[in-house]
Write a new protein. Structure first.
Length: 132
């Protein structure tokens, strides 16, 4: 075997082994991603389901429970919005005039992220809210 032929075979073998190794790594990666999706989809039961099944609520009680939990969520959202505004106002008070426009831009960015998350959440495409 000549050195040119040997070098060509070594080069081909290197590419083939790289393709095989890449395929194996890709396969393992896809398997891991699929497992994570399965785990996240198998979430624990909702509060409503947990109470209904554990306590044994009848249909009338389930309807009342839905109302209670819905009211709780509405109150939480209102409290969260008020707290967010209060916190932002406190931060504005410590900022210099030259810093305030940058902070307002940051707030706008956060609000846009929150709106995008809420839209995705309604569509079932997002696992968790932004942390701002």
């Amino acid at each position: 075997m000549t050195s040119k032929t040997g070098a060509a075979l070594l080069l081909i073998l290197t590419f083939v082994l790289g393709m095989v190794a890449g395929g194996i790594v890709h396969c393992l990666y896809q398997k891991q991603i699929a497992q994570k999706r399965t785990i996240s989809q198998a979430r624990r039961p909702s509060i409503e389901d947990d109470i209904t099944q554990t306590v044994g609520l009848d249909s009338g009680q389930q309807e009342l429970l839905r109302t209670i939990l819905s009211n709780r969520m509405e109150r939480f959202r209102a409290l969260d919005a008020a707290l967010r505004q209060e916190t932002r106002q406190q931060i504005r008070q410590i900022l210099r005039d030259d810093q305030k426009p940058k902070f307002e831009q940051l707030i706008q960015k956060w609000d846009n992220q929150q709106k995008a998350w809420e839209k995705a959440h309604r569509d079932g495409n997002s696992p968790r809210p932004p942390a701002k």
